[in-house]
Every structure is written in C-alpha cells, then in structure tokens.
Design a protein around this ligand. Sequence first.
Ligand code: HEM
Length: 562
Amino acid sequence: MSLATENSELVRENGFSNPLNTFFLLLTAVVTLYIVYWRFSRSRMLELASKIPGPNGWPLVGSALEFVGSPHDMFVTLYKKADLYGRVVKLWIGPRLLIFLIDPRDVELILSSHVHIDKSPEYRLFQPWLGDGLLISSGQKWRAHRKLIAPTFHLNVLKSFIDLFNKNSRETVEKLRKEVGKEFDCHDYMSEATVEILLETAMGVSKKTQDQSGYDYAMAVMKLCEILHIRQSKIWLYSDYIFNLTKNSTYQKSLISIIHNLTRKVIQKKKAYFQEGIRGSTAEVPEELKTQKYEKTDITNKTTLEGTSYGQSAGLKDDLDIDDDVGEKKRMAFLDLLIEASQNGVVINDEEIKEQVDTIMFEGHDTTAAGSSFFLCQMAAHPDIQERVVQELNEIFQGSDRPTTFADTLEMKYLERCLLETLRLFPPVPIIARQLQEEVQLASDPKLRLPAGATIIVAQFGVHRLEEYYPDPHKFNPDNFLPEKAANRHYYSFIPFSAGPRSCVGRKYAMLKLKILLSTILRNYKIESNLKEEDYKLQGDIILKRADGFQIRLEPRKPITA
Ligand code: HEM
C-alpha cells in the first residue's frame, strides 16, 4: 500500500471515529458524574454501614456470589455469617445494604414502630401473585385494609370455626390412614388440610364445591415460592427484563394461573351465595362433630387469654387483642365481610378483594402447614414429650371420641407449650424485612446507627436461639414456655408471628386451628422417626421448611373407627 493510500485510510478512519469518540467521551462523563452523585447521595449510608460489623464483599456484587447453591446451602451460609459477626450484621448484595438484627432490644425498635412499616423491595416479587394485599401494601391502603380485616380474626369469629376445624382434622386423620407403618412426608397432608380448612372457614365455601383440590393449589404455591426464592437470592434475576427471558418466568405464569383459578372461583361462589342471602360458611358439619352440646358454659365469656396462648409474648398487645363490644357486622368471617364492604365500593373494590383472598390463602396455609409438620417431627424426635402430650389429652377426653371444644383447647397447656417451642426453634416465617426510611440508633449499641435506605432483616430464627433468653437454646424444651419463664423474658425474644402494628392477623386463628388439628392427630396416632432435630436440613425459601422432607411414621393409638 502506497503512503498516499495509507494517509487517505487514516483520514477516513478519523472522519468516522470522531463522532464516536465524542459519544464515548460524553457517555464516560455522564456515567462518572452519575457514579459520583450516586456515591455522594449514599455517603451517609456508606459511612454508617462501614461501622456495622459484616463483610464488605466484592466491588459491585458485594457478597451476592456467596449466596448461590441450594436453598439449604444458602440458609447455612446466612447463619454462619450471623455466628461470625454477632447480633448486628451487614451484608452488601450488589448495591443493596441488608442489615440483620437479632437483639430483641433492636428488634423492638423496628417492629413496634408505626414509622418503619414499609416492606422491603424484595416483596415486589410477590406482586404478580398477591397484588397489593395486606402482606405487601403500605401507607393508607394497608391501614384501611388492616382495620377491615383484623376483626374478622377476632376470637368470637374463630369460635364459630371450631366445628369445621374438628371436621377437617378428622378427615385428615382418615386420609393419613393409608400411610400407617410407612415412612412418608407429612407436609403434603398438612398443606392439603390447611388449604381446605381455610376454604371452609375464612372463605366460607365448602371444599366439595371446588373443582380443584387443595393439594393442587398447595403444590403450586410451594413451587412458586421456590422460584421467588431463587429470584430473591440471585440479584441478576431481580430485573423483570432478565427474569422474563428465563424458563422459570413461563413456569411462574402457569403456577400463578393455577393459584388464581382457585381464588377467583372462591370469590365467584361466595358472591353468588351472597346474592341469595346466604351468609357464613356453607360447609356442612356432621351432627356428631358439633361441639355446642359439649361446650362448658362457664368459659363462654372468656374471650381473651394471656398472650402466649395465642403465640405472642405475655404483655404484648396488638389490634387482635382489642376486645371492644363487637357489633354483628364486625363478627363476620373474612370473605363475608369483604364482600359486604365492597357492596358500597368505598373501602375495598373487587380487585382488592382478590388480592386479599390470595394473601390470606397463602399466609394462612403455608405457614401453618410448616408449623404443624415441624410439630409432628418434634413429637417423633421426642417420644417422652409426645407421651406427656397424649397423657394430657387423655385427661381432657377421658377416653371419649368426642370432638374438641373451645374449652378443651384452653386446657391443652402442655401441647400449647410444645407448639410454642416448635415455633421458637422453627419459626415458619424465619425472617421479616423492612425498608428503612429514617435513621435509627440501635438500642443494643448506641454507637451504631442503621442508615435510611437500608433493608432491615429481623431474623427470628436467630432471635429465638439467643442463650441469654433460652438456656441451651438449640434444645427442644417445652418448659421454656412455663408462664413464669415466659413472663420474665424480653417481649421481643419470641416473635414467630412478628409483633406490633404489622403483626400476623392470623395468629389466633393459627393457634386455635393447630391445637385442634394436632391434638386430633395425636389422639389417633403415635408419631415415630429415627431422626432428631440436628439431622434436619433446613431451608428458608420464604417459609422455613425441611429440605430433606418432613419424614415421619405413624402407628395407630387405638383401633380406628371408620
Ligand atoms: C404458624 C402460623 C403463622 C405464622 C408463624 C405467621 C407468621 C407471620 C409473620 C412473621 C408475619 C409478618 C410478616 C412480615 O412482616 O413480613 C405475618 C403476617 C401476616 N400473616 Fe401470618 N403467620 C401464620 C399464620 C397466619 C394465618 C393462619 C393467617 C390468615 C388466616 C395469616 C395472615 C397473615 C397476614 C395477612 C399477614 C400480613 C399482616 C400485615 O402486614 O398487616 N398468618 N405472619
């Protein structure tokens, strides 16, 4: 090539590259300015975060790469970090700052507050499924709907569910009969039972009128939770754009369609009953399971008990404990009340009803399915404790096969302690995440401040295993919930149902239902297993579960009558 040609190539190249260079120069300047602005706007957060114990992680990704692997591996990694750094631990996941709290004094600052009630951005991933339901919403919408929904789980409403709790518990005992003598995963049965109980009580429709089984619904929820957990733990999948390119996005759509299919039909059915003037549950209870004739009259006015009976530390109160003079309207069950409220269209519209039904169906079944499965496994792992529970049941029922009354549930003190101890060691909701809008000075160490913009993770699993509140904290010891022990602990050292303004609205429902379901199972079967709790492989994919399955064996306690 001659020199002349070479020069002309150079000129042509420069001619093309000049605008490109200018573009890249401008882009670099804009990006640099943005990074400087971004760092500057976060300088306070970075300054406060630097004082909080925890790994700094890698540039850009933080500690995100450590949270790959199976859900069980992730769970183990997370709790190893907590062990390493103490009671306040920071973790950078990409640009997001997460701060884990386990000291009850710090936890109280967050959970008791009426200011720090916004959920963290991770909850956004639930939106295609739960819309803007109670679990996710914030601000005025959350306040108005919480006020509407909380009274539908008042003890007076729950007492009207006792017969249906009994009927469904008996049916579960019958379904379990085919597993006698075999090793099997009891979680499937508990999931089906808890979905069907919700349909017949809070939703007020007979499960027989549903063309889709509670089991199919529960399995779709379980798989959906797995996908959501994968998204939560892999930051690149946060982006809808990237997630929509994956196979899981299509799978998620099909699962949501199964789930919404059930909830849509439930609402349609209930509305049709409403038009016909039918109120309350349409599920039927056989005469022999109606409890009214067995109920003792002297306890009927006793609507509240000390908090621990309903899953909350003695001394803590929330809107479920308001025992005002409830009028007829407030005594309606969940879906009845929502449909009635929607008739005037002011408080809640049709779309919002659907969001709340989806929320209650999820929160109300998966949590109690996990709680009851852990309870059964704990009974199997501790035969001596199981026998004490059965002894208490024998004293209450005196060999009778009668259904469980509300008064009976008040007498199940030892079973209740075992249930609370199970929820302590294996809280079905293992973490609660809040987005902090304001700085907070920590109570456990006033030198540390939680920066605004951080995601605060209250880790119940860690709170519940603090040695100063629970001597020998990993041991299953129902006596941790003897009244004198519970009364002397920090209120926020036991928070399976959260606490404060955003506490679980289904707390009392869950405790009452679980007492009836679990006592009915124990009256009929002896639970066995060769495994102890140290063998469990835990995973926290939204709800705490056993990655190795909830394996147990059943032996009939007495000849089972058909
Ligand atoms: C053992 C059973 C249960 C446990 C351990 C449990 C635990 C919790 C926890 C920890 C929260 C707070 C979550 C957060 O702030 O992110 C919560 C909220 C909630 N739970 Fe439960 N729950 C249980 C059963 C139920 C039941 C049976 C229902 C309904 C029938 C229910 C409905 C709800 C709702 C609607 C919320 C959101 C409340 C709000 O933000 O205002 N839960 N639950």
